[in-house]
Design a protein around this ligand. Sequence first.
Ligand SMILES: Cc1cc2nc3c(=O)[nH]c(=O)nc-3n(C[C@H](O)[C@H](O)[C@H](O)COP(=O)(O)OP(=O)(O)OC[C@H]3O[C@@H](n4cnc5c(N)ncnc54)[C@H](O)[C@@H]3O)c2cc1C
Length: 411
Amino acid sequence: MKKIVIIGGGAAGMMAAAGLAEMGHGEKVILLESNDVLGRKVAISGGGRCNVTTGLSDIKKVLSNYPRGAKFLRHAMYEFSPNAMCEWLENHGIPLKTEKDNRVFPKSNKGEDVVKVFEKTLVESGVEIRYQSTVKSIQKGFVVSLEDGEKIKAESVVITTGGQAYRETGSLGDGYGFAESLGHTITPLAPSLSAFTVKDDWVKKLAGLSFSEVRLRLSGANRYEFSGPILFTHKGITGPAVFALSSLAAYEILTPDNPTRLAIDFSPNESYEALTQKLVEAMQTAPQKRLSNTLGKFVYKSMGPTLCALADISENRTNAEVGKKGLARVVECLKNTTLTVNGRLPGEEFVTAGGVTLTEVNPKTMGSLICPGLYFAGEILNIDGFTGGYNLQAAWCTGRFVGLCTCTDFE
Ligand SMILES: Cc1cc2nc3c(=O)[nH]c(=O)nc-3n(C[C@H](O)[C@H](O)[C@H](O)COP(=O)(O)OP(=O)(O)OC[C@H]3O[C@@H](n4cnc5c(N)ncnc54)[C@H](O)[C@@H]3O)c2cc1C
């Protein structure tokens, strides 16, 4: 009987095993997991609610949410789309709901329910799950060596050890070393989907304020732009638009020694002229009102004093006391406030950008082009997406595909 060893029982490994169990031809499947549970990261994902995938059904749109790996993912994504993933979960007894921002969650809001359904499917279909089984090395041929000295021979090996973000979940980046030892190259690695820490003290005064739509522009070695929701925090700035920007700029160095300028446009849908006109009208309507209060109409009331300070206008100035130059400075603050980004913080989702070089893997099988019989799926590949279920979807579809292809390769 052919033996397939899957290393790593996270999203991709669980789905690869389920795929083999459901579509295979009686191969012996062994799933090795270093933790004493499967899917630790899946269970805590989405704040414990597990944003399993996206509600988008247009695959081109889905693929546009992957800064790296979109082209490679095409086949797997068409083969096992977000809709297919939803169907799979619902057919396995997990009712889902799609929230208004297209994020799909289990109706129970429990990530652990998703893990349980995999456990049940794998146990019922005879997959041998070995917990607390940490792989130390893999030799071509294949011989998989465990930490306790045991060696397992297999005709095929699937590496699904994930990235190296949130290392406490067990994803330590071991797979990169395994892939290299078998002849693969690993691209530079970097954290993605992070929040930004900023140097500017005034940001602390805005902590807790969120904006549904701003335009962000980061000017590092390259320029990056993204529009969407943000939230100010005591340490800096976070939210979907920040995560996406950090993903686009994953390889920019953002440290206290190498800070970078971030510009925020709080009125992205209005030109300087239109905004000036609106502000003039509001100021003329209430000449004796303080400018800082009038600004509350355009942003938050509590933000007025901060904007006045940034525009170098006394907080007590009435609208009538603000001249043309002052007005121009205020408009500049609304359209182009700049912050100094000096670091990254893990966001609600956090992934590793970079991984196994995609030109060394066949996108139609997930099989290695360097080492026959070796397969990869999930975050270990040089694929990463924005927040919104895209990273789990990449793990599900590459995992499912690897399950499908390892068994057809054996026919
Ligand atoms: C806090 C957080 C929240 C997230 N929320 C979301 C979300 O809501 N939606 C979304 O789409 N994405 C989310 N992500 C990203 C998503 O969880 C990952 O991209 C996805 O889990 C990757 O799947 P994977 O199977 O490739 O790796 P992982 O899920 O990381 O699984 C890898 C597994 O391999 C095991 N392993 C590692 N080394 C070895 C070894 N040597 N021997 C044996 N086993 C080993 C690990 O213990 C682990 O179980 C989130 C990430 C984080 C950190």
